[in-house]
Design a protein around this ligand. Structure first.
Ligand code: NAD
Ligand code: UFG
Length: 337
């Protein structure tokens, strides 16, 4: 299949490009490089030994996207492009709504004009808000607490409405839990700009000496050790989930919704311990007040993806931390090396 990957230079996108190419698909990548660099795509080419076209193009640019579709016989789109920092979205809501929403409207318009009806969309466990129980199933109530999350939930609704309006569409909504880790080569990985917001890149930067200590956001949650619990999933498993989704659901009209998680919850302190073991050193940490808006426990029931896509996460927490450490220690300054 020929698959357009928007946001393909980013963290999850670059890992998905590797798995799509390894599985024999052709890809075309569109990215404006606002939160990534082209070097990640050079590494994807080296890892796979395959070439593919890259367009430095903003999905807000209608003419630019039209050119991409005119020049390539795209059959399906995997749509990662978007802004994703929760805190920043609270400070810059208009930028987030414009980029994520208008960009997607543009993309779907150009898809329709080129008779492309298969889209896999990056949604997030954030659409479950503060779940009343765990594990979380796809039919749980939906709500959001910040503009970033609202863009995801609204786009889920928009894309579902697009299907209702035109039954040729196959819309796959993938709700990711917490992606971490890196490709085994250690040549692509997560490379956040500035101080990381998320736990794993923060821990990795403490381990490599870029940051002095880990701040653990609260230890009074109703969890096994009082710290927040999440469903961390290896980014390669997540990438393989996209491969299955695009292969199994393209040209199957409808709205298909799947959680992509492991079904296992780990606390912040368990992650610190697992990463310490992976990097072979004790990592300094301090308990600080909870972060506003954080939920205590979040993990997936991922059985629907197993039953319908034949997909299941394979990689455990030790491998996730070892691979994240391999990437970070080989590239202490990320792609800037
Ligand atoms: P990322 O920032 O590494 O990748 C997103 C890519 O999209 C970047 O390369 C960026 O340059 C590009 N981009 C942003 N706006 C664009 C635009 N207007 N036009 C073209 N390119 C644009 O983030 P990621 O972690 O790889 O996330 C990929 C997707 O998955 C995002 O939609 C994100 O919201 C979603 N998601 C991520 C997580 C997570 O924890 N990483 C969790 C749930 C959902
Ligand atoms: N945490 C710390 N210290 C840090 C960072 C995080 O203790 O420096 C804790 C948080 O309180 C939470 C856990 O580590 O308990 C995970 O936090 P992350 O920021 O890594 O991840 P979140 O679960 O808060 O959110 C992430 C993405 C969201 C996405 C969500 C679900 O940032 O965009 O996963 O997929 F919506």
């Amino acid at each position: 299949m020929k698959i357009l990957v928007t946001g393909g230079a980013g963290y999850i996108g670059s890992h998905t490009c590797v798995e799509l190419l390894n599985a024999g698909h052709e890809i075309v990548v569109v990215d404006n490089l606002s939160n990534s660099c082209e070097k990640s795509l050079d590494e994807v080419k080296k890892i796979t030994g395959k070439e593919f076209p890259f367009y430095k193009c903003d999905i807000l640019d209608y003419e630019g996207l039209t050119k991409v579709f005119d020049e390539n016989e795209v059959e399906a789109v995997i749509h990662f492009a978007g802004l994703k920092a929760v805190g920043e979205s609270v400070e810059k809501p208009l930028e987030y709504y414009h980029n994520n929403m208008t960009g997607t409207f543009n993309l779907v318009k150009v898809m329709k004009e080129h008779n492309v009806f298969n889209i896999v969309f990056s949604s997030s466990a954030t659409v479950y808000g503060s779940p009343k129980t765990v594990p979380i199933k796809e039919d749980f109530p939906l709500s959001t607490t910040n503009p970033y999350g609202s863009t995801k939930l609204m786009l889920e609704r928009v894309l579902s409405d697009v299907y209702v309006s035109d039954n040729r569409f196959s819309v796959v909504l993938l709700r990711y839990f917490n992606p971490i880790g890196a490709h085994k080569s250690g040549n692509i990985g997560e490379d956040p700009k500035g101080i990381p917001n998320n736990l794993l890149p923060y821990v990795a930067q403490v381990a490599v000496g870029r940051l002095p200590k880990i701040n653990v956001f609260g230890d009074c949650y109703p969890t096994k050790d009082g710290t927040g619990v999440r469903d961390y999933i290896h980014v390669v498993d997540l990438a393989l989930g996209h491969l299955k989704a695009v292969e199994k659901r393209s040209n199957v009209p409808g709205v298909h919704i799947y959680n992509l998680g492991t079904g296992q919850g780990y606390s912040v302190l368990e992650i610190v311990k697992a990463f310490s073991e992976a990097c072979g050193k004790d990592l300094p940490y301090e308990i600080v007040p909870p972060r506003a808006g954080d939920v205590a426990i979040c993990y997936a029931d991922a059985s629907k993806a197993k039953e319908e896509l034949g997909w299941e996460a394979q990689r455990g927490i030790a491998e996730m931390c070892a691979d994240a450490w391999n990437w970070q220690s080989k590239n202490p300054n990320g792609f800037e090396n």
